[in-house]
Design a protein around this ligand. Structure first.
Ligand code: GTP
Ligand code: MG
Length: 451
C-alpha cells in the first residue's frame, strides 16, 4: 500500500438537504480522528471492519452536533484501500459542514477532487481506466451509458489492454533476445511469424478504435437537430417524441424562434433533440437570429432530421443548403403530415404523421441505425468511450505500423523492438501501468469532491 501522510475528509453526498449526508474519512488516522469527535458504545479504533455504530458527534464544548451512524472499513478492505470511515449524519449541509470543521480542527485535511479514487488507484484497488469509469457511472443518465461505464468499471477494457500488452511483451522479448545473440546469427522468431503477430495486435487495436464511435454515443448521447421550412411540423414532432406539449405549435409559419433543447431516451440511448426555427428568407430581426441559430445547431449535431410536409414535398433546394452545413450521411429526410394525403410523394427516407404517430417507429429505427452505423456492440466486449484511451490506442497502432514496416524491410531487430516497446508503453498509459503525475492530476481533477 502507498503510504499517504495525510488523513483526508470530504462530504460524499450532494450539497443540499436530504435524508442523510455522508462524510468520508480515509487514511492512517481515520479511526483515531473519528474517536476524537464521536461518542458511542465502543471506540471506533476497536471496531471490527464492515461494522456500523450508532453514537453522537460532540463539538468543542461537548455540545451535541448530531447523532450519527459510523461505518468502519479496515485497510485494505475499503474503497481507497486505507483505513476509512463513513459518517452518516442527518442530511443538513450545515450539520455536515460542522462535522467536517471539527475533523479539520483535529488535523484531518480536506480532500481534493477525486482524491479518494486516486488513492484507490495508487493502492491498486482499481486501474486507471476503471477509476475513470467511476465518473462515467456517476454521470450516466441512460441505460446504455450506464452499461458502458459498468463494462469499463468491471475491467473489460483493462483486461483487453492487458492481454494486448502481454502479446507485445512476448513479441518484443523474442526480438530482443535475438539482438543479444546477434553475433551468433540466431533467429528466434521468423520474420513472417513476427509480422503476423504484429498484424494480429494491430487488428485487435483497430477493433477497439472502431468501438469508440459507439462508445462515444452510449456515453455522451446523440445530438439531433429538427430542421426544415416553417410549418412543416418540427415542433409537433418534438412534442410527439417527448409525449408532452413542450413547444408551441401553431398553423402560423415562423412559430418557433429560439432553439428548444430536450432529452429523450430511445432504446436505452440518450437523444438530445433540438427543435429549431423554420428556415426561410426573412426580414424579421428576431426570426433572422433564430434562423442563424438553427444553422449553428445543424453544424453541431450528430444527426439532422430534415422535415418536410406533404403539401410542399421534399425541398431539394433546402436539402442542398443542408449539405453545405453538414455531411449528407447525417441527414434523415422525412415527409410529415401523411395523414393529409393518400399519395404523399417520393424522395424521403421516412414518412410520418406527427399528428397520428404514423411512421414514428420507423423514424426511431432510422435514428438508431444512423447513430450506430455498422458498429456492433455486445455486453461482453470491451468498448472505448474515453478520448484519452482512444488517443493511446491510436498512438499504439502508429507504433505497431512502424514496427511492422521495419520487420517487412528486414531492418535490424532494434528498429522493430523500439516501436514495439513504445506501443506497449502507450497501452500501459490506459490502465495506468505507465503514468505521470500530470496525467493523474488531469484525470482526477475532473472528479467531484468526496469521490
Ligand atoms: N394534419 C397534420 N397536421 C400537422 C402534422 N404535424 C404538424 N401539423 C400542423 O402543422 C402546423 C405547424 O406545426 P408546427 O409543429 O408548429 O410546425 P413547425 O415546423 O414547428 O413550424 P415553425 O416553428 O413555424 O417553423 C400546426 O398547425 C400543426 O398542428 C401532421 O402530422 N398532420
Ligand atoms: Mg416550431
Amino acid at each position: 500500500m502507498i503510504k499517504n501522510e495525510d488523513t483526508i475528509t470530504a462530504i460524499a453526498t450532494p450539497n443540499g438537504t436530504g435524508a442523510i449526508a455522508i462524510i468520508r474519512i480515509s487514511g492512517d488516522k481515520s479511526f483515531e480522528n473519528a474517536d476524537k469527535i464521536f461518542t458511542g458504545r465502543i471506540k471506533i479504533c476497536e471496531a471490527k471492519t464492515h461494522t456500523i455504530h450508532y453514537g453522537k458527534i460532540l463539538g468543542k464544548d461537548k455540545e451535541l452536533i448530531d447523532d450519527v451512524m459510523i461505518s468502519v472499513f479496515i485497510a485494505p478492505h475499503s474503497y481507497t484501500g486505507e483505513d476509512s470511515v463513513e459518517i452518516s449524519a442527518h442530511g443538513n449541509p450545515f450539520v455536515a459542514k460542522k462535522i467536517i470543521e471539527l475533523l479539520v480542527e483535529n488535523g484531518v485535511r480536506l480532500a481534493e477532487p477525486g482524491e479518494f479514487t486516486k488513492r484507490a488507484f495508487l493502492n491498486g484497488k482499481l486501474d486507471l481506466s476503471q477509476a475513470e469509469a467511476v465518473v462515467d457511472v456517476i454521470n450516466s443518465s441512460a441505460d446504455a451509458a450506464l452499461r458502458g461505464a459498468r463494462n469499463q468499471l468491471d475491467g473489460l477494457l483493462s483486461k483487453k489492454v492487458t492481454e494486448l500488452r502481454t502479446l507485445l511483451v512476448n513479441t518484443s522479448s523474442l526480438v530482443e533476445l535475438e539482438l543479444d545473440f546477434a553475433e551468433e546469427d540466431i533467429e528466434f522468431v521468423d520474420r513472417k511469424e513476427l509480422i503476423s503477430r504484429i498484424e494480429k495486435i494491430i487488428s485487435e487495436i483497430s477493433l477497439l478504435l472502431k468501438s469508440y464511435e459507439f462508445g462515444k454515443i452510449i456515453r455522451d448521447g446523440v445530438n439531433v437537430a429538427l430542421v426544415g421550412k416553417p410549418n412543416v411540423g418540427k415542433s409537433s414532432l418534438l412534442n410527439y417524441l417527448l409525449k408532452e406539449s413542450r413547444a408551441i405549435v401553431s398553423e402560423i409559419p415562423g412559430t418557433t424562434r429560439d432553439i428548444i433543447r430536450e432529452e429523450v431516451t430511445i432504446g436505452g440511448i440518450l437523444f438530445r433533440l433540438f427543435d429549431t426555427a423554420g428556415i426561410r428568407p426573412s426580414d424579421d430581426a428576431i426570426e433572422k437570429e433564430g434562423i442563424t441559430r438553427s444553422k449553428e445547431a445543424i453544424k453541431n449535431s450528430d444527426l439532422v432530421i430534415f422535415l418536410n410536409d406533404v403539401e410542399n414535398g421534399v425541398s431539394q433546394g433546402m436539402y442542398n443548403q443542408l449539405c453545405e452545413l453538414t455531411e449528407p450521411k447525417k441527414i434523415i429526410t422525412v415527409l410529415n403530415k401523411v395523414d393529409l394525403s393518400k399519395n404523399p410523394g417520393i424522395g424521403a427516407d421516412v414518412y410520418i404523421s406527427a399528428k397520428t404517430g404514423y411512421g414514428i417507429n420507423n423514424l426511431l429505427e432510422e435514428l438508431k441505425e444512423k447513430s450506430f452505423g455498422d458498429s456492433t456492440y455486445s455486453e461482453k466486449s470491451a468498448i472505448v468511450s474515453n478520448v484519452r484511451h482512444f488517443d493511446c490506442l491510436r498512438k499504439a497502432k502508429e507504433n505497431l505500423l512502424k514496427a511492422k514496416q521495419s520487420a517487412e524491410q528486414s531492418l535490424s531487430g532494434e528498429f522493430v523492438s523500439v516501436d514495439l516497446r513504445n506501443a506497449e508503453s502507450v497501452l500501459g498509459e490506459i490502465i495506468g501501468e505507465v503514468t505521470s503525475e500530470d496525467i493523474l492530476n488531469n484525470i482526477f481533477s475532473k472528479f467531484c469532491i468526496g469521490k
